[in-house]
Design a binder for this molecule. Structure first.
Ligand code: ADP
Ligand code: TRP
Length: 330
């Protein structure tokens, strides 16, 4: 079975965009592939040097992913810092990663601009750690967004270079795995094209019914159509797109007809949309609460995931040591 690897940055709570755009596809993928999903807490030190809440955040995110349906029996789910083997591979890859190419990556340049007082070596070698995350599992498919394309290029380059330098055909080149067919883009309700953390327009999986309702009722609209069957302006289209995602086709059609005959009342539509979002989110919200309330269980799940990941990882490290010419670690 093909090995899928993906890292999840513990940058905050999951929102509906993350859910429909990525997590739901992960849940499907775990049935079709040998998936290794991990929470990339070491990566976050590159931008958050004081790890006050990193441990707690990792568990919160773990609870959210489990609540969405990631299943520790089907996929290997772990926290990066529980699997120290990755650091050894990171070291080997770093020895064959060159300053020039690392400095040229867009994400490095961007982060260096954002945090000029903390342009640390971890930031520079972020692509090497990411490549190590993937190659440690001999991952071949990596579901990531477009923004990670350059890091994926680097991962392929490091894999090729390792093979060339040591004269082996050991690492396969990992490919980005597009979620396009399985993911849905969730619009923002503030008139922007996309729901996103940096846009501050998110409905979170943790949001309660009242908060969801408040956020939806605040959504931007216009004064309504005046001509039958007129084209929907972006802000209105966003509401309909949202409805397409969470409501039944009948509900969608009903409001589409009201729009087309100019009798739509956006207040009613928003009420319906809020109710449908809540119906979708409520069971997930409840499961998040259940998982979060049982920290022992979360610890157990993380430990079990780490044990499995470390078994795979130890094998890779053993082989890599042999290829480079080091003594076995055992
Ligand atoms: P954000 O910073 O907006 O919370 P991230 O950049 O961390 O989101 O994205 C994590 C994953 O969620 C990515 O795979 C991304 O494609 C997906 N994602 C984020 N927002 C949306 C959205 N509005 N619609 C669809 N997918 C999304
Ligand atoms: N860099 C990825 C991001 O910002 C997170 C990540 C770290 C990752 N290691 C990975 C993704 C390995 C896929 C595979 O989203």
């Amino acid at each position: 079975m093909e090995i899928v690897v993906s890292g999840i940055r513990p940058t905050g709570n999951l929102h509906l965009g993350n859910y429909f755009g990525a997590v739901r596809a992960f849940v499907q993928m775990q049935r079709e592939y040998d998936c290794r999903f991990f929470i990339a807490d070491w990566h976050s030190l590159t931008t958050h040097p004081h790890p006050d809440n990193i441990v707690r955040n990792a568990y919160t995110i773990l609870a959210e992913y489990l609540a969405c349906g990631l299943d520790p029996e089907q996929a290997t789910i772990y926290i990066q810092s529980d699997v120290p083997e990755v650091l050894e591979l990171y070291l080997y890859l770093n020895m064959n990663a060159y300053l020039g190419e690392l400095e040229r990556t867009t994400s490095f340049k961007e982060k260096a601009r954002q945090q000029p007082d903390n342009v640390n070596a971890g930031l520079l070698t972020y692509p090497a750690l990411m490549a190590a995350d993937i190659l440690l599992h001999k991952g071949v498919k990596v579901p990531v967004g477009k923004d990670q394309e350059q890091n994926m290029e680097m991962a392929r380059k490091f894999a090729r270079r390792f093979n060339t330098i040591y004269g082996v055909d050991y690492f396969a080149e990992p490919q980005s795995y597009s979620l396009a067919g399985k993911a849905v883009k969730v619009p923002g309700l503030d008139g922007s094209g996309k729901m996103g953390k940096s846009d501050g327009n998110c409905i979170y999986l943790m949001d309660d019914e009242k908060t969801i309702s408040k956020k939806v009722m605040k959504a931007v609209t216009d004064s309504g159509p005046t001509e039958p069957n007129s084209e929907k302006p972006d802000v209105i289209q966003n509401l309909f797109t949202f409805m397409e995602i969470v409501s039944t086709p009948e509900v969608y059609q009903h409001f589409d007809e009201l729009y087309n005959n100019c009798s739509i009342r956006y207040g009613d539509m928003k009420k319906q949309l809020a109710a449908d979002i809540n119906a979708y989110a409520a069971p997930i919200r409840e499961r998040i609460a259940e998982f979060s309330a049982d920290q022992d269980q979360l610890r157990r799940i993380a430990r079990q995931g780490a044990e499995r990941a470390r078994e795979h990882a130890a094998k890779t490290i053993e082989e890599v040591r042999r290829i480079i010419g080091f003594r076995s670690g055992k």
